[in-house]
Write a protein that binds this ligand. Sequence first.
Ligand SMILES: C[S@@+](CC[C@H](N)C(=O)[O-])C[C@H]1O[C@@H](n2cnc3c(N)ncnc32)[C@H](O)[C@@H]1O
Length: 258
Amino acid sequence: MPYRIDIVDPPPDAVDTLLELGALDIAAEGATLAAILPDSVPAECFAAYRAIISPAVARDCGSVWMLAPRPICIAGLLITPPQDAAPDALRLLDSGAFGSGHHPTTALCVEGIRDALGDEPVNRLLDVGTGSAILALAALRMGVAHATALDIDPSALETAAHNARLNQLENRLQLVAGGVGDISGTWPLVVANILAAPLIEMAPVLARRLSSRGRLILSGITDTLEAEVRQAYRHVGIEHRETRSRQGWVAVCLQTTW
Ligand SMILES: C[S@@+](CC[C@H](N)C(=O)[O-])C[C@H]1O[C@@H](n2cnc3c(N)ncnc32)[C@H](O)[C@@H]1O
């Protein structure tokens, strides 16, 4: 696991050393220089420094390593930690739930939602695997009137509920414990950022949750598995419109043929 180092009164070459060693994040905090290092870097590399080593905190279920949550702007929407008071920002709790905005799949989905709404606005969205509720809340901020969000992880749903209240969006977000087989109804726009294997498995069930000419944004898919996911959805009458990719991940935008 990556670890955190806090170097007290760092020498002038400390940043160069951290960069050379492949630091995942670096920030000056007063007289201290903090960094996250991959576990392949032995802590003995810092024997000459006055340094404190401690476990690093992971975001997005161990896939994003940041010293502290920081704002990010995706598709024109500013996403910030709760204490940042930017008026139009979407504020998110720092939690164990996936969905900080710093993972490429989340960003690709937010961009996909923005583009889908730009093509044709919709009033309702279904978010399958909501995590922090970032996608559902972003859609509400972008003008969708009501979102339904599902997750099989009760702790993610607690975070999602907290984030909805934090942004005064709780009256427009319905949270449901379970998977896509646990709900009924159809939606004109559905987003699911899970992984390729469950997305392939749930294709027939997810297809039944889409309205006529309904649009579907899928991510959590590595570029090597895109073709398999697209094939599974083609088999259930959902055609490909567009793929966006970033850092080895893709988001595919699809639409029902009926
Ligand atoms: C990669 S996270 C995505 C979180 C957020 N939607 C985002 O885009 O950042 C996937 C989430 O899906 C949930 N999940 C996994 N399999 C699921 C399933 N079959 N049905 C509903 N939720 C699922 C996980 O608990 C997790 O919170």
